[in-house]
Design a protein around this ligand. Structure first.
Ligand code: NAD
Ligand code: ZN
Length: 379
């Protein structure tokens, strides 16, 4: 069969490959009738995702016809027209039982964060993807769904990832009625996020990108207001202006890591290093949301933003809530705990320095010398 094959960053080929065989009784082989390239595939293409191996076939958005089923498959029959979610999941582990299908524990036991994904490097299990004539579908009773007769193939294929992700991005935003929602990125994910935001009660939806056709699409398809970030010196200032100088209630980040200009250069050496891209949109989201607002991130991240393990946090589906502590709010309860000995702050004090020696105090504390946990300074 013919299949898309990865030959290195910026090198994609179509090559002959064997039609994948049934490997497990719960596998199906699907003859792909329609596939898509996702913004996520670009990260692979740019060489931004680790362990993307030469010879791998990408493609996690696809639909097709069931060609063959393993001996234990019960829910699918040869000839069924199916849509296959981009996640590969067992349906029965701790995570799947709670609907956390993207974190399935059984398909990709080596990974700490994400479960299995078709055609998305060996960090997600190394499964060949659907940009191909045939694809092996593991756990065939669990993931694939028969496409309803009424559904258009093109809707179905987008529902396998991009559209579902846009909707999920809006869900993660926890939009309250009347909220102003800013969507960064007018790609397929951002566009559906914008549409979905209305469904979840948004009072205003503003989409930001710099590609005119996409902004136009955001206006027509999602009835959103749009901003072209190239037209502003500082798009964050404009976001603030548009929102009574407070910032948006919710920002949905549907961009992810962008391959930056250096990348091509980094990749020219004989042994290129995989590098992540920039995190501009993520920073805009943080800057452009109001205090106490919600940033929903569905854009994908590679190794560099992962310097703070951001990609892992996303892949694990963590909830990150944060703020500077509103100290006084904590006090009434804390006072009680200290009083009855459940909290013992002073047990942390290891060092006491005279003010004269404060330089040493800094040095010791900073370099973690001498078992220093908490130095006090005595004036
Ligand atoms: P896409 O590449 O088609 O769209 C990205 C858009 O962002 C482009 O239109 C681009 O012009 C715009 N953009 C670039 N920098 C920007 C910035 N700083 N501010 C605003 N817009 C900017 O990609 P897509 O298919 O729509 O996917 C979007 C992101 O979602 C990608 O990172 C993709 O990997 C990720 N994704 C995540 C999941 C998930 O499960 N979390 C699933 C699918 C896609
Ligand atoms: Zn995708």
């Amino acid at each position: 069969m013919r299949a898309m094959v990865y030959r290195g960053p910026y090198k994609i080929r179509v090559e002959d490959k064997d039609v994948p065989p049934i490997e497990h009784p719960n596998d199906a082989i699907v003859r792909v009738t329609l596939a898509a390239i996702c913004g996520s595939d670009l990260h692979l293409y740019h060489g931004m995702m680790p362990d993307t191996r030469i010879g791998h076939t990408f493609g996690h958005e696809f639909i097709g016809i069931v060609e063959q089923v393993g001996s234990s498959v019960q829910n699918l029959q040869v000839g069924d027209r199916v849509m296959v979610p981009f996640n590969i999941f067992c349906g029965s582990c701790w995570f799947c039982a709670r609907g956390l299908y993207s974190n399935c524990h059984n398909v990709n036991p080596n990974a700490t964060a994400v479960g299995g994904i078709y055609g998305y490097s060996h960090t997600t299990g190394g499964y060949d993807g659907g940009q191909s004539q045939y694809v092996r579908v593991p756990f065939a009773d669990v993931g694939p769904v028969r496409i309803p007769d009424w559904m258009h193939d093109e809707d179905a294929v987008l529902l396998t990832d991009a559209a579902a992700t846009g909707y999920f991005g809006a869900q993660l935003g926890e939009i309250a009625e009347g909220d102003t929602v800013v969507v960064l990125g007018a790609g397929p994910v951002g566009l559906v996020a914008a549409q979905s935001s209305w469904l979840m009660g948004a009072g205003r939806v503003i989409v930001i990108d710099h590609l005119q056709e996409r902004l136009e699409k955001a206006r027509t398809m999602a009835h959103a207001e749009t901003l072209d970030y190239d037209e502003y010196d500082d798009i964050v200032v404009e976001m603030k202006k548009q929102t009574d100088h407070l910032g948006a209630d919710v920002v949905i980040e549907a961009v992810g890591a962008e391959a930056d200009g250096n990348l091509a250069q980094q990749l020219t050496g004989p042994k290129f290093k995989l590098q992540g891209g920039s995190a501009t949109a993520l920073n805009w989201a943080i800057d452009g949301v109001r205090k106490g607002g919600t940033v929903s991130v569905v854009g994908a991240y590679g190794p560099i933003p992962n310097a703070v393990k951001f990609g892992d946090a996303l892949n694990k589906g963590l909830t990150l809530r944060m703020n500077q502590t509103p100290v006084k709010r904590q006090w009434p309860r804390m006072f009680e705990h200290v009083r009855n000995g459940h909290l013992t702050p002073r047990a942390m004090v290891t060092h006491r320095f005279p003010l004269e020696h404060i330089a040493e105090a800094y040095h010791v504390f900073s370099a973690k010398l001498d078992g220093c946990i908490k130095p006090l300074v005595l004036p």
